[in-house]
Design a protein around this ligand. Sequence first.
Ligand SMILES: C[S@@+](CC[C@H](N)C(=O)[O-])C[C@H]1O[C@@H](n2cnc3c(N)ncnc32)[C@H](O)[C@@H]1O
Length: 289
Amino acid sequence: MRARIFSKHPDLFPEKIYNMETFMWSFGILFSRLVRLPSMDENVALVPWADMLNHSSEVETFLDYDKSSLGIVFTTDRSYQPGEQVFISYGKKSNGELLLSYGFVPKEGSNPNDSVELALSLNKSDKCYKEKLEALRRYNLSESERFPLQVKGWPVEMMAYAYLVVSPPSMSQYFGEMAAAASNKNSSKTRISYPEIEEETLQFILDSCEPSISKYTKFIEGQGDDLISVNAKQANRRLLLKQLARDLCTSERRILYRTQYILRRRLRDMRGGELRALTLFNGLRKLFK
Ligand SMILES: C[S@@+](CC[C@H](N)C(=O)[O-])C[C@H]1O[C@@H](n2cnc3c(N)ncnc32)[C@H](O)[C@@H]1O
């Protein structure tokens, strides 16, 4: 654009105004302020008073053009007292998405839509590696996939993928069914379940959280003042960016910790159940000896 238009017409586009810095500023302003109006074919608009509203993940709000009053109407799910801050929802977005689009990270634990991706991979030394990979490829999946975790749980697709990773050769007849469920392309969309490998599957997901947790911890704890800043403005900006990165990592690690907590509890219940059944069985055996 600069070579094709701006530099050819310096009188219309003086470099002092049309430069990279001002472009980035305008881009940021536009994308952090524009709103989508459903009743105007989802067209986007700048709405001067509405762009003063900050985001909260706890409110459900609607902003739209109202044909009868020929104006923009803002509807909230609660009443407000004079002087109280009114919030809008920028959408059900994760903290990472909010940081990328709007430049902030919500307070820790305040965003129920926050999510983090967990990578699961086939084990290269698995006897059935080739068969499993073939099954995955049939559904456009590969030997390593990422799934979104939230504090409230994980997707059924991730459980299906994990079943496939841990399943023994004796379960090869189910590989296709597992891959289909992992890709969410199984027509019935039913939750698949294999009780015989449930425990191993949960343990596999639990172990897969570890490398991500250590990476986050290393990043959060290892952030010293290593960068030399040219001036105070630059130093402040770096500090702000570092703090945002730290906040994001802390919120994503929190979801991984929560996932591990749920998994550990389930495993403990399962193992406790198995132990009770074994004790009962041994007791009965002694009784009938
Ligand atoms: C549409 S504007 C909202 C009004 C803005 N606070 C202002 O004073 O002009 C969007 C920007 O507000 C800030 N913002 C909105 N919600 C926020 C929140 N919950 N926490 C921190 N900053 C927020 C972010 O900088 C975002 O890019």
